[in-house]
Design a protein around this ligand. Structure first.
Ligand code: GDP
Ligand code: IMO
Ligand code: MG
Length: 431
């Protein structure tokens, strides 16, 4: 089994968590390479629901190792509460979860700063402090896990950072900071609990690969939320696309065998920003209700729209996607017709490249082709042959226009509600 990246091909919430869980049994290690607890990856095991935010989904498979790579920002409080949740569910975490000594530490002040900046320039963030923590990382003033563990070093770095934050806050009219010393002490206590899990995870991964272990990289967010390749500035602050797996885990590009892109049979986004195929009519609301499109982290209603071929082509190109997984096909079961955006126009002319500015993105006029709905329940189907002819035609249409093989189709939230396409590259990949 080669090493594989699973990532979101859209604006997040594509069903990555479910897919990673389905595939995790074939891998030895599952690694998160970017983001933080802004992610919400849902997995159903029978009736039991898990929402993982920071810990790789692979933790749910007994015996597998889970790694939080250097590319993440870690809120220790969020991490520890997730560990407690898993432990309470009878999932053994100890000895199976490793945190990078180079990952950055997210502090309460990052949430404070986010509130300030959201009030000035709203993005519609998850309010977890993710952006400001990455800001500190890039500005070379952040605190890494290794420094959190060094008590004296942490104290000095933290106090200096807080002095700066308070000066910036004062200039912006913010004066409500949590008790600086109390937070420091709280983090010192977190450090004691976290210590046994912290190591050089990049080295751990490279050694494991050398020893023939199979590694899966679990993307969070999605390509269109990537800091470089997404709909900037309405993006997250990390590299969610395939390149991020190498920098965020510390492994060479040549170690990656395959890139799997997960896309819904339609598309959603949470928060602000351009969305060419957004269905602002009743259809969007129908998708939201049928697909239960409410954020797994913030509970916000997700904006819903139609599958977008130009964006899929872009995502496939940015990531080198060799297999597309289509999730939530069952959500479209009752539609008479299913529009698919096949191209964009602006002022009468076809637009081939995805524009780099929001102003241009907002001028795009989607060109739709309407496919007939299958009007039958495919919920829970496990074999490709069971699918109605029109559902197969819909998939074949997406595949031919996107130019990427669809190797897997998800027909429900549960692990077992999954179709592996017979004869696909993906089937061979899984052995
Ligand atoms: P992620 O962030 O990419 O892991 O996706 P989320 O977990 O945030 O959102 C996907 C939602 O859709 C979750 O509630 C899943 O349980 C659910 N889901 C995943 N695949 C399917 C599917 O094929 N059909 C249906 N109906 N729900 C699905
Ligand atoms: P998963 O991994 C969907 C969105 C937020 C906001 C923007 C920036 O579950 O797919 P941030 O808090 O990251 O600075 O917010 O990114 N966003 C997500 N949308 N799924 C996610 O994660 C997201 N993580 C962040 O809604 O628009
Ligand atoms: Mg999610």
């Amino acid at each position: 089994m080669g090493n594989l990246i699973i990532l979101g091909a859209q604006w997040g919430d594509e069903g990555k968590g479910k897919l990673v869980d389905v595939l995790a049994k074939r891998f030895d290690i599952v690694v998160r390479y970017q983001g933080g607890h802004n992610a919400g990856h849902t997995v159903f095991i029978g009736e039991k629901k898990f929402v993982l935010k920071l810990i790789p989904t692979g933790i749910l498979r007994p015996g597998k190792l889970a790694v939080i790579g250097n590319g993440l920002v870690i809120d220790p409080a969020a991490l520890l509460s997730e560990i407690d949740m898993l432990t309470a569910e009878g999932i053994e975490v100890s000895g199976r979860l490793f945190l990078s000594n180079r990952a950055h530490v997210l502090l309460p002040v990052h949430r404070t700063m986010e509130k300030v900046f959201e009030a000035r320039r709203p993005i519609g963030t998850t309010s977890r402090g993710i952006g400001p923590c990455y800001e500190d990382k890039t500005a070379r003033r952040g605190i890494r896990m290794a420094e959190l563990l060094d008590r004296d070093g942490f104290r000095a770095k933290y106090d200096a950072l807080m002095a700066e934050k308070m000066a910036i806050g004062a200039a912006l009219g913010v004066n409500e900071y949590a008790d600086v010393a109390a937070i420091r002490e709280q983090y010192e206590a977190f450090a004691e609990r976290i210590k046994p899990m912290v190591c050089d995870t990049a080295m751990l991964l490279r050694r494991a690969m050398r020893d023939g272990k199979a590694v899966m990289f679990e993307g969070a967010q999605g390509t269109l939320l990537d800091i470089d390749h997404g709909t900037y500035p309405f993006v997250t602050s990390s590299s969610a696309s395939a390149g991020g797996a190498c920098t965020g885990a510390g492994v060479p590009p040549t170690s990656i065998g395959s890139v799997v892109g997960v896309a819904k049979a339609y598309i959603t986004r949470v928060g602000g920003g351009p969305f060419p195929t957004e269905a602002l009519d009743g259809a969007g609301e129908r998708i939201r209700q049928r697909g239960n499109e409410f954020g797994s982290v913030t509970g916000r209603p997700r904006r819903c729209g139609w599958f977008d071929i130009p964006l899929t082509l872009y995502s496939a190109a940015v990531n080198g996607i060799d297999t597309l997984v289509i999730t939530k096909l069952d959500v479209l079961d009752e539609f008479d017709n299913v529009p698919v955006c096949v191209a964009y126009r602006r002022g009468g002319a076809e637009v081939r490249d995805i524009p780099a500015t929001i102003a241009e993105m907002e001028q795009l006029e989607p060109v739709y082709e309407c496919l007939p709905g299958w009007k039958a329940s495919i919920f829970g189907m496990t074999s490709y042959d069971q699918l109605p002819a029109r559902a197969k035609e819909y998939l074949a249409f997406l595949e031919s226009r996107a130019g990427v093989e669809i190797g897997c189709i998800s027909t429900g939230p549960e692990r077992s509600q999954t179709i592996i396409k017979p004869g696909s590259h993906f089937e061979k990949l899984l052995g």
